[in-house]
Design a protein around this ligand. Structure first.
Ligand SMILES: NC(=O)c1ccc[n+]([C@@H]2O[C@H](COP(=O)([O-])OP(=O)(O)OC[C@H]3O[C@@H](n4cnc5c(N)ncnc54)[C@H](O)[C@@H]3O)[C@@H](O)[C@H]2O)c1
Length: 164
């Protein structure tokens, strides 16, 4: 990954995790902090990140709204097993141009090339498979706490994040 891309994603994820107090899984946490002035000079720093959102109701929906508020997110895909249900309609209406999916595997199959980062706001048991697939495809991930259900899952997720 190029340095200028790292900076963009690092700041994007930093803002999101501050707002939602979730956990960002990426290897960029160790990147050197930059001043706002230095950051502005980084080529592409103001470009929006193509964001796919898995889990769009309840807490998943709150995450999406907070990322949208940063002005750095271009919501390109929405995925939820209950797409169209009462709890998912607000986000579907707010981002009508985003492509819609009920299965994250289909979303990655069809839009893998466009997606740069993923929010995961689904129940705890589904964090691991979704995050692992996203990271295997080189996508940065923002996942709600708790990151996983077991120490082993967390360890495997950390290892996967180091390879992005
Ligand atoms: N609810 C809270 O107050 C709260 C607080 C802190 C952290 N969290 C964490 O946030 C996460 C989400 O919590 P929640 O209460 O909003 O969960 P939830 O059960 O309400 O599900 C959130 C959304 O994910 C969808 N979903 C479920 N399984 C899915 C799958 N396999 N693929 C795609 N979409 C799927 C649901 O339809 C729903 O729209 C959890 O990890 C939870 O522990 C929740």
């Amino acid at each position: 990954m190029k340095y200028k891309q790292m900076v963009t994603r690092r700041n994007f994820l930093k803002q999101g995790s501050l707002i939602t107090a979730g956990l960002a899984v990426n290897k960029l946490g160790s990147a050197t902090a930059m001043s706002a002035e230095s950051y502005r000079r980084v080529e592409g720093a103001n470009r929006k990140i193509n964001l796919a959102c898995v889990g769009i109701g309840f807490r998943g929906g709150e995450i999406i709204k907070e990322f949208d508020k940063t002005g750095l997110a271009n919501i390109v895909a929405l995925c939820d097993v209950d797409m169209g249900a009462e709890h998912t309609r607000e986000i579907m209406g707010k981002f009508p141009k985003a492509r819609q999916f009920k299965d994250f595997r289909e979303m990655f199959d069809k839009m893998g090339n466009e997606i740069e980062a993923v929010t995961v706001g689904v129940p705890d048991h589904a964090h691991f498979p979704i995050c692992m697939m996203a990271m295997a495809l080189g996508k940065h991930v923002y996942v709600k706490k708790p990151m996983s259900r077991t120490f082993l899952e967390s360890e495997l997720m950390i290892q996967a994040a180091k390879k992005i």
